[in-house]
Design a protein around this ligand. Structure first.
Ligand code: FPP
Length: 277
């Protein structure tokens, strides 16, 4: 959190939002469905790819802000298994943008102790993109701060199918197929996100009320936050607003009471900026 205040201007909107946050109750894992690039471009009479290009800056902002907030995991939905249905030129532009993003960002990720991880059916990605992603993962593998999962050629159902097949293959190899018994731990341990906490907060931009095959297993108890803001317009204040709203939620996980009173609720009950912190 101190890291965040270092780049904020006292008294402005972002600073007030940051002040309303309880550093003790930050989400461990934030997931984002980055949507609305095409509509952003259409509103400006630009080609769709201009929207994707404009979508790079918010990726930078969200990665940097999550790191400054001390969030441990950030998962970004960048390309779904269904996105291959788009025109070839659009898909190729997305790979090109990804590669140029990596080229610029890897040194910053390394410098800022951020680890990059890719989730999805990576083997089916174009070779050059796959190689760049693997290099980025390798170069940032020892980093211990924020982990950024880039969901690439990702589908929630595909992930579950892959997890089940991994379990079946392992049992077959060990000659223990007859004894195989599935439980939640086994499935979790074979997901692309094995070992990571489930997302606490799932943000979707551009107002669509859909999950779109994203992290189907992991979002069982995630707090959903949908904003009408189109992804290219998503700013640091939008992320802070989502986290403030997250901290106001009463998370019961199927029980009857929240673990404890959200501090941000108290902070928001006062005029912003007059809170004691
Ligand atoms: C959804 O908007 C966005 C995508 C399918 C691609 C996301 C890509 C980026 C944000 C840029 C590159 C990303 C990285 C990680 C470098 P849409 O095209 O579905 O928008 P629409 O619903 O308005 O048509």
């Amino acid at each position: 959190m101190q890291d965040l205040f270092a780049v904020l201007t006292p008294g402005d909107e972002e600073w007030l939002l940051a002040k309303a946050l309880d550093p003790e109750r930050m989400p461990a894992h934030v997931a984002v469905i980055m949507d609305g690039n095409g509509r952003w471009a259409r509103k400006r009479n630009l080609p769709r790819v201009a929207g994707h290009k404009a979508g790079i800056e918010p990726v930078r902002t969200v990665v940097e802000t999550c790191a400054r907030l001390g969030i441990e995991y950030l998962t970004l939905y960048a390309f779904s298994v269904e996105n291959w249905k788009r025109p070839r030129t659009e898909v190729e532009t997305l790979w090109r943008l990804l590669r140029s993003y990596l080229k610029v960002e890897i040194p910053r990720l390394v410098r800022n102790n951020i680890r990059l991880n890719v989730i999805g059916r990576v083997d089916a990605l174009p070779e050059a993109a796959r190689e760049d992603l693997e290099a980025a993962m390798h170069l940032t593998a020892a980093n211990t701060g924020l982990t950024v999962n880039l969901a690439m050629n990702y589908g929630g159902r595909a992930e579950l199918v892959d997890a089940m097949n991994r379990v079946l293959d392992a049992a077959r190899r060990q000659g223990r197929l007859d004894e195989l018994h599935l439980d939640e731990e086994t499935i979790h341990a074979n997901l692309y996100t094995a070992g990571q906490p489930d997302p606490d907060l799932l943000i979707r931009t551009s107002g669509e009320m859909r999950i779109s095959n994203f992290l189907l297993w992991q979002i069982a108890y995630a707090e959903l936050y949908v904003t009408d803001t189109l992804w290219p317009d998503f700013k640091r204040a939008d992320l802070l607003r989502a986290v403030v709203e997250y901290q106001r939620r009463d998370r019961r996980f199927g029980g009857l009471t929240a673990a404890r009173k959200p501090k941000s609720e108290l902070a928001l009950a006062e005029p912003l900026g007059v809170s004691s912190r």
